[in-house]
Write a protein that binds this ligand. Structure first.
Ligand SMILES: *Cc1c(COP(=O)(O)O)cnc(C)c1O
Length: 639
């Protein structure tokens, strides 16, 4: 009986394998040509563009991987989605207040990002949240819309307070959110000195615990915000100073990436109660600021797990609006203007990191054993004989034997009884036997657990041209999962299981957890790597937090950044190009002086000329190499 050949591997097999339709729709898809495409058009009217083509066009311009691609239309869509969803939820139930979102600068404070947010947010008067003095300084220069809010959180010194008050004086909608009781007297004093009525908020620590990886940022244990007693203290202070009329806003933040809609609902209910009470205390109020927390479905599972969320943006908006309305209406309190400080959900989708693979190592994929010379140790002969007896019924036994002989030979090496050459042959034989067993297990109806682990327990290492610490710090710091997949070759079935190592020489510089139906998995299906052909890997949904938290581990700097958009004629346009750091840039960040360094190196070279080690023309070549190195990209550059 002959078995029919398996059906050919298709683009949609690849899409399903990497879960793209679940986390990538409507922004990304796999084309029939087997490439990941990004939608640069409107969501209702898509315009699909191959990411591999984009990479090719950029490389032709001298802009190499690793690079961060930003897709402005995706950002525009996300801002629109949040605002329109709130508008719809408000209209659906007849809520009497409005929605005014702000973007928290800390989530991605790159200048182009803030500029684009101000641009795309304009129709909705979408504002900014500043958690520090530098962020307020940035906000005041980019936010020119007098109807948009600027919310000031964080600890505030006199300079911070003065700037906010001057902005109020100039007609900007700036709110100073009180984080500690101690800030109140200073704010009131500065307001009197400047001669402006301050606009105040209070940040309350709710008892609703956050959930997910960021659980500590909300709830009783949060280091931020005031507890009930302190809120009342602030109210009393304001009353005493005859300034309760300045209190307009209640703010809370439960933490980032809240996966469960129930947490969101209980937070907003608790906050609405506080809001009602503040009105009853006599404060004018008017604004309820629910902070961030709107989560991103990184793994596409739509579930209540840390990499996902069990609600859609529309549902979030509807639930929030209904909860506030319910509690305020029952107490006869006017519905407040709703504010959210959604960062992650606004910018995550629009950034994609693309890196190229430099090399692959790990176990060889060869099935045949090396030919053994005469006089090899008996154990090695036994090891090499295992394949002769390999059958479907004795796979487990063969694996046990192979492990036994390999370990035996390894200990003989430690005792000085076999040579390094013989040990190398041992390892070669062992790897080939494992491959043969692995191949044979695929023919079994039921695979024993110990054999099933064979293929995934020894993934190959794909060396990627990137620094985890610079570009994906949350992968390292909090084991965050991002969707990762090759952006081309998707008509080929990926036959290897791999993990990624970056080019820092840190053993933590690796990605070895990947999204999966079952939560996470330890390796990713990848293609055969051929050095003559570029192999690009995309890390998706990285627009939030990753760029900002990155550090200079091993002195790898910022990557190149490019915005990709369609121009008025519908042609691809590359803009907002930011060249990644040069070696000189990163060295000067850590206080080196590139000029002085070149001078020092020059004297080393001159000494070598004088002592006859190199010639003068050689010195010239060497100095040129040093200077070019100094001006080059910190990442691996193709010669
Ligand atoms: C970090 C932070 C946010 C952003 O949270 P996301 O979950 O990214 O939306 C909003 N508000 C405050 C006060 C924050 O500290």
């Amino acid at each position: 009986m002959t078995t029919a050949p398996p059906p050919p591997w298709t683009a949609s097999d690849s899409a399903d394998l990497y879960g793209l339709p679940l986390w990538g729709t409507p922004f990304f898809r796999v084309s029939d040509q087997g490439e990941v495409e990004v939608n640069l058009g409107e969501m209702e009217n898509p315009n699909w563009n191959s990411m591999a083509c984009i990479l090719e066009e950029l490389e032709a311009r001298g802009i190499d991987a690793p690079l961060m691609l930003r897709f402005g239309n995706i950002l525009e869509h996300r801002i629109k989605l949040l605002n329109e969803s709130f508008r719809k939820a408000i209209a659906d139930v007849g809520y009497q207040g409005a929605f005014k979102g702000v973007f928290p600068i800390k989530v991605n404070q790159q200048q182009q990002v803030i500029e684009q947010i101000c641009q795309y947010g304009k129709p909705y008067h979408h504002g900014l949240e500043a958690g520090s003095k530098p962020e307020l300084i940035a906000a005041l220069s980019y936010m020119q819309d007098p109807e948009a809010l600027i919310i000031c959180n964080g600890y505030k010194d006199q300079e911070f307070i003065d700037l906010a008050l001057y902005a109020i004086q100039m007609g900007m909608q700036v709110m100073l959110v009180v984080e500690t009781v101690g800030e109140v007297p200073l704010i009131l004093e500065r307001a009197t000195a400047i001669g402006v009525k301050p606009r105040l908020g209070v940040r309350m620590k709710l008892s609703t615990p956050g959930s997910g990886k960021w659980i500590q940022s909300g709830g009783d244990n949060s280091v931020f915000g005031l507890n009930a007693e302190q809120v009342i203290h602030v109210v009393d202070l304001l009353k005493k100073a005859d300034a309760l009329q300045c209190l307009e806003l209640l703010h809370y933040h439960l933490g980032s990436q809240i996966p469960n809609i129930r947490t969101i609902r209980s937070g907003v209910s608790e906050a609405s109660r506080v809001y009602v009470n503040l009105v009853q205390e006599g404060a004018p109020m008017g604004y309820l600021d629910m902070g961030g927390g709107l989560a991103v479905d990184y793994d596409g599972s739509q579930s209540n797990t840390t990499s996902s969320r069990n609600y859609a943006v529309e549902e979030y908006c509807a639930d929030v609006v209904e909860s506030v309305m319910d509690i305020c209406s029952k107490s006869g309190v006017k519905h407040p203007t709703l504010i959210t400080e959604s960062g992650r959900a606004t910018v995550a989708h629009y950034g994609v990191l693309v890196f190229n693979i430099l090399d692959v190592s790990g176990i060889s994929s060869r099935l045949d054993l090396p030919t053994l010379p005469a006089n090899v140790p008996t154990e090695l002969k036994y090891l090499a004989d295992i394949p002769k007896h390999l059958k479907a019924v004795n796979l487990q036994e063969s694996l046990n034997d192979a492990l036994y002989y390999r370990d035996e030979l390894r200990s003989r090496f430690s005792l000085g009884l076999i040579s390094l050459r013989e040990r190398a042959l041992t390892e070669q034989c062992f790897a080939a036997i494992l491959r043969q067993i692995e191949k044979a297990t695929k023919t079994l109806d039921r695979i024993p657990d110990s054999l099933e682990e064979l293929s995934t327990s020894r993934p190959e290492i794909y060396y990627g041209n990137f620094s985890l610490f610079q570009s994906l710090p949350d992968t390292w710091a909090i084991d965050q999962l991002f969707p990762i997949m090759p952006i081309h070759r998707l008509l080929e079935k990926p036959e290897h299981e791999g993990i990624f190592a970056d080019i820092t020489c840190d053993c933590d510089g690796k990605i070895d957890h990947f999204i999966a139906d079952t939560g996470s998995k330890k390796s990713l299906p990848l293609h055969d790597f051929n050095k003559d052909e570029a192999y690009y890997i995309g890390v998706f949904l990285v627009g939030a937090y990753q760029e900002t938290l990155g550090d200079l581990h091993n002195l790898f700097g910022d990557t190149n950044v490019v915005s990709v958009e369609l121009d008025d004629e519908g042609k691809r346009a590359y803009g907002h190009e930011v060249e990644g750091d040069t070696v000189a840039d990163v060295l000067s960040y850590v206080e080196y002086d590139p000029k002085e360094m070149t001078m020092n190196f020059r004297s080393l070279a001159e000494r070598a000329v004088r002592s006859g080690l190199i010639t003068a023309p050689q010195r010239k070549t060497i100095m040129q190499a040093y200077r070019e190195g100094m001006q080059g990209y910190t990442y691996f550059e193709q010669a």
